[in-house]
Structures are given as structure tokens and as C-alpha cells.
Design a protein around this ligand. Structure first.
Ligand SMILES: NC(=O)c1ccc[n+]([C@@H]2O[C@H](COP(=O)([O-])OP(=O)(O)OC[C@H]3O[C@@H](n4cnc5c(N)ncnc54)[C@H](O)[C@@H]3O)[C@@H](O)[C@H]2O)c1
Length: 344
């Protein structure tokens, strides 16, 4: 039985912690929270995030520049938080393949340490950022939260990210049921928008940057694999509503767009939308990922649960997102965005 939560935003200002708040999704969430009148503390080591992502809220947000695990003891000395959004993680195929040990340590060990801390410091409602990767390689083409999961062998490094995020969800469930910490796990499908960086393998900013430079758009495989791209500005208000609804605590939600686009269509849409002279170049997987990579053909969320729970309905179209990413890239050159080189 699903429960529909209230869409009303809270009236009273709250103290909110956003881990990874200088990152792509985190910085949009911080802006949204500040806009609602909340007092926000960010912990971010700026490994993939950038302080300039918080320029729009400069002076209105406390930024603790630190590795999250190292910062946890000092969080206990601050007034208690009313809400926590845990987004800090090693993100992106390239980083996970480059240093899988570090990725597992951060994505599991740090989450565990944070949840343990919060369970003994006021038990604030806490959202844990998960991923559609948790589905592994399912039989169905539309993914529902209670589906079984099937992962590839442990010799294929990319599956470590899926295992790590699945363990995060288990931790969130465990802390909710046995330690009284209200948690929500949000499984992000491909989330896109201004400030996302292509450096770590993210396809939309990578394509936009190439199109702006008039360079070929490098499509891996045959390009017929499909994804659903959700605009971050549709996603962040949903995160707040999920956590504000006690009926959502102790549960897992898909979050994203449910409109599939093949990567070839995406490349053509980017070129057309930006009126670019770029062409499309197909790159075999073995050339793109020599260390071994298994891609999924299709990945599409069933959004029934989140729709029912909070009335979620993504509204921003892909062309609009592409135009806004391009505008952000033009306004903030690569160095200001933290060295986005475009990637391969
Ligand atoms: N963008 C997507 O499509 C997508 C899809 C699935 C899941 N997610 C999840 O959403 C969350 C945010 O991802 P994003 O796309 O904004 O990526 P991002 O890399 O922009 O954000 C991650 C942030 O965490 C920070 N960080 C990393 N390790 C840290 C540590 N040890 N201590 C403190 N800060 C640390 C980084 O500097 C960065 O600012 C992540 O948990 C990610 O796994 C994102």
C-alpha cells in the first residue's frame, strides 16, 4: 500500500547537512534548500566537486572542505541536524575503474560511519544516494524497486560500484529498522544538467563539450543502448519531499526520467540542438574501456512508486537540459568548472 505525501514545503528553517554538496547534484540541492530558507552545512573534499558550484549561495552556506569520514567527529560538535542528504561518493565509471579500492572504501565505509554517527546524534531523517546500477543486469527492461538483482563476476571491476551502492541501501534499511534512524534510499537514474562534468565519463556533458568544440561525438559500442536522462532540477525537490514524508522512510525509490533515448539519438539531439558541425564516431567498447567493461543495453525506471508517494513528475525536456548545460559551459570555462577536459 503506497502513501501519498504532502507536497507542502516546511515552514520552519531547518539545519540541513549535505555531504557531497559541492558536487553536481549536491550543489543544485543546496541551492534549493537555501531557497526554502534552510541553514545548510556542506561537507565535501572537492575531489570531483568544486567550490564554484556553490557561487550562487556563497556566504549563505557553511562549507567544510574535508574528507567526510575525517569530518564526522567534528560534526558531533555542531548543533544537531534536522535533515541529512548523503551524496558524497566516488562517482563515474572512469573513477571506479581507476581506483576501485578507494571507491569501495568511500562508498561503503564512509556511509557506514556517517549512519552510525547520525544514529547516535539525534536520528535526523537521512537520504542515502543510491543508483540504478544497483539493478545489475536485470531480465526486464523496466526496473522496479523490488526486482531481483543480478551482478556480473567480481573480476569485472565495474560491478563493485553496484555492490557498494546496494550495501549502502542495506545499511540504510538496517539503520532504519534496528537503530531507529529514519532513512530513504533514492536510486538515481542518469541525472543530468548544468555543472555536471564530462571528465569522469558522464555522457551528456561529454557530448555537449565536444559539440561546442566542433569535435566528433564519441559513441561507445553501436549506440543502440538506451538510457533515460532526468534533469537535476526536477530531481532535487523530490529528494526534499521524500525525506519530509514519514511514509517514505525505510523505503527505496527510483528517481529520474522514464523516457528512453538511445546514445546515438542523444548524440544527434545534442548536435541538432546546439546547431553544431560535429559528427558522430562509433568507438568499440574494447577501445573505450580496455580494462574490461560490461554495458547494459537498456535502463529505464518504473516511476509508479515515487509518483504515488510524492506526485513526482519530471517536466524538463532533454533539449532544454542540453541548451542549459551548453550555456553553463560557455559561461564558466573548463578551468572555472574544475578542469573539465571533456574526456573520451
Ligand atoms: N549523476 C548521476 O547520474 C547519478 C546516478 C546515480 C547515482 N548518483 C549518486 O548521486 C550522488 C551525487 O553524484 P553527482 O553526480 O552529483 O557526482 P559528483 O561527483 O558531482 O558529486 C559527488 C561529490 O562528493 C564529493 N566527495 C567524494 N568523495 C568524498 C569524500 N570522501 N568526502 C567528502 N566529499 C566527497 C565530491 O567532491 C563531489 O562534490 C552520488 O552518491 C552518486 O553515486 C548520481
Amino acid at each position: 500500500m503506497e502513501h501519498r505525501a504532502s507536497n507542502q514545503e516546511p515552514a520552519a528553517p531547518r539545519r540541513v547537512l549535505v555531504t557531497g554538496g559541492a558536487g553536481f547534484i549536491g550543489s543544485h540541492l543546496v541551492e534549493h534548500l537555501v531557497g526554502l530558507g534552510h541553514r545548510v552545512t556542506v561537507v565535501d573534499d572537492l575531489s570531483t566537486g568544486h567550490a564554484s558550484n556553490l557561487d550562487a549561495v556563497a556566504g549563505r552556506v557553511e562549507l567544510i572542505e574535508s574528507d567526510l569520514e575525517a569530518a564526522i567527529p567534528s560534526l558531533g560538535k555542531l548543533p544537531r541536524f534536522d535533515r541529512v542528504f548523503h551524496l558524497a561518493a566516488t562517482v563515474g565509471v572512469d573513477l571506479v575503474l581507476t581506483d576501485p579500492v578507494r571507491a569501495i572504501e568511500i562508498n561503503v565505509g564512509t556511509t557506514s560511519a556517517l549512519l552510525a554517527h547520525l544514529a547516535s546524534h539525534g536520528k535526523p531523517p537521512t537520504l542515502v544516494a543510491s543508483s540504478s546500477e544497483v539493478y545489475g543486469k536485470p531480465g526486464a527492461s523496466v526496473f522496479s524497486e523490488d526486482d531481483d538483482t543480478l551482478y556480473g563476476p567480481t573480476t569485472i571491476t565495474r560491478w563493485s560500484y553496484a555492490h557498494a551502492k546496494a550495501l549502502d541501501e542495506h545499511l540504510a534499511m538496517g539503520y532504519h529498522h534496528s537503530r531507529g534512524l529514519p532513512t530513504v534510499s533514492a536510486r538515481f537514474f542518469n541525472t543530468v544538467g548544468p555543472r555536471q562534468r564530462g571528465t569522469y565519463g558522464m555522457v551528456v556533458p561529454r557530448f555537449v563539450e565536444s559539440a561546442l568544440n566542433g569535435e566528433p561525438l564519441r559513441v561507445f559500442g553501436d549506440g543502440h543502448q538506451s538510457r533515460c536522462f532526468g534533469d537535476v532540477r526536477d530531481i532535487v525537490p523530490a529528494l526534499v519531499r521524500l525525506l519530509d514524508s514519514p511514509a517514505c522512510h525505510g523505503r527505496v525509490f527510483n528517481l529520474g526520467s522514464d523516457r528512453p533515448v538511445t546514445i546515438l539519438e542523444l548524440a544527434e539531439t545534442v548536435i541538432r540542438t546546439l546547431d553544431s558541425r560535429s559528427t558522430v564516431r562509433l568507438i568499440p567498447y574494447e577501445d573505450a574501456y580496455p580494462s574490461g567493461f560490461e554495458d547494459l543495453r537498456h535502463r529505464r525506471p518504473d516511476l509508479a512508486r515515487v509518483r504515488e508517494a510524492i506526485g513526482f513528475s519530471p517536466g524538463i525536456g532533454l533539449e532544454q537540459t542540453i541548451r542549459d548545460i551548453a550555456a553553463d559551459m560557455r559561461a564558466r570555462p573548463a578551468a572555472a568548472r574544475g578542469g573539465n577536459g571533456g574526456g573520451a
